[in-house]
Design a protein around this ligand. Structure first.
Ligand SMILES: [Zn+2]
Length: 380
């Protein structure tokens, strides 16, 4: 019975430490943000269920799904549902088409805004939406949303001219990575790393792009993903320097250079590289740290339109949870042990084993005098 108490006490300490640190960070002035509203919580399954009851069409469809469809003619607005009637189901008040949540009218704008986090194009928004949600004419709504986005129209790129030369298909995740620089955007040059296998993008804001700085940044990225077998870059001076070459040699990483004026040489990885650069160009003023993180998460979870697998699935072997998962009625949030009743609870006056985590670590048998909440406890 000692361990549960031990862990409980320890966790409480950790929570105090975290909140203290967070408050000191948020003391920094945060510029107003034009795009991301962190105060608005993501659409939840409960929201979907609530607005489904307010949506005249979905209400009727839900009723038919539960009690059977009418045999005769029905109004044309119900046809998209009627043609899918054998794939429609309900779960906790939400309507599902297959595994996709049918989003009621009231929530569609908010969901479109979430799909457009980081300003992906139409194809990527459709690919992301496909894994989570649906409503009639969703594709049209997505196309209109992008057409109406000023930032997207402002920075829309010309389609690629030359056909891309394909590299040998990489056989394993994080085996061949492509490295390039972009910027300056918002006063920073960014190092972009793309995994050729999964198209996973890493972005690092660089204060400088000397060989030493590049090696330092790579070490940090490789701490997460491990060492690649091959790194593809242009022949920038810092990448040809002895410092960089020595670092690669020491870790057995082969280096291939491609001509900077022929970026098509990087093939599909270069396509991911280019969309990362476009995303950086769209950062705009405001809290670019937040925008960058939002773009990266969206990039990591958006399935590639051709393979239907996301970079995270290919690189990490799992789907990452995002705001969009919250809207599915299947989603069950993890509860802290304290609220589930599984954690050991204590009575005042009880004998326990207490461990001191502040100052000198001391563990001893003690009598619990008073529980004061937030993990604070008095002992004798
Ligand atoms: Zn946009």
């Amino acid at each position: 019975f000692i361990w549960p108490f031990f862990s409980h006490f320890h966790r409480s300490q950790a929570i105090v430490g975290n909140s203290g640190r967070r408050s000191s960070v948020s003391a920094d002035p945060v510029p107003p943000d034009d795009q991301i509203d962190d105060k608005q919580s993501p659409v939840s399954a409960a929201d979907v269920a609530w607005y489904t009851t307010k949506d005249k069409i979905l209400c009727q469809v839900l009723d038919w799904v539960r009690r059977g469809w009418p045999l005769g003619q029905i109004n044309s607005e119900f046809l998209p549902y009627k043609t899918r009637q054998h794939e429609l189901s309900t779960l906790r008040g939400c309507l599902l088409w297959g595994t996709r949540v049918v989003v009621p009218v009231e929530l569609r704008r908010q969901v479109l805004a979430t799909l457009h986090n980081g300003h992906p194009g139409v194809a990527r928004m459709k690919a992301l939406g496909r894994s989570y949600l649906w409503w009639p004419k969703l594709d049209e709504a997505i196309a209109n949303w992008v057409a109406d986005c000023q930032q997207c129209q402002h920075t829309s790129s010309a389609p690629p001219k030359a056909p891309v030369r394909e590299w040998e298909l990489p056989r394993a995740p994080w085996s061949r990575v492509h490295l390039d620089f972009a910027g300056p955007f918002q006063g920073h040059t960014f190092m972009i790393i793309v995994d050729a296998y999964s198209k996973w993008v890493e972005l690092v804001a660089m204060a400088s792009t000397t060989a030493e700085a590049v090696v330092r940044a790579l070490r940090r990225v490789f701490a997460t993903h491990g060492l690649p077998d091959l790194i593809v870059t242009d022949n920038g001076p810092q990448l040809m320097s002895a410092t960089f070459q020595t670092y690669l040699a020491r870790h057995g990483i082969r280096h291939v250079t491609v001509a900077p004026f022929r970026p098509a040489g990087n093939g599909l990885a270069e396509r991911a590289m280019r969309s990362a650069k476009e995303a950086l160009a769209k950062l705009g003023p405001g809290d670019w740290h937040t925008k960058l993180a939002t773009y990266l998460l969206a990039q990591h979870v958006t399935p590639c339109p051709t393979t239907n697998r996301s970079p995270a699935e290919l690189l990490m072997g799992r789907r990452l949870r995002t705001d969009l998962d919250r809207l599915h009625p299947d989603y069950v949030p993890e509860k802290p042990l304290d609220s589930s009743g599984r954690a050991r609870s204590f009575q005042e006056g009880e004998w326990v084993y207490a461990q001191n985590y502040g100052g000198i670590p001391v563990g001893c048998r003690a009598r619990l005098l008073r529980l004061r909440g937030h993990g604070h406890t008095e002992f004798s």
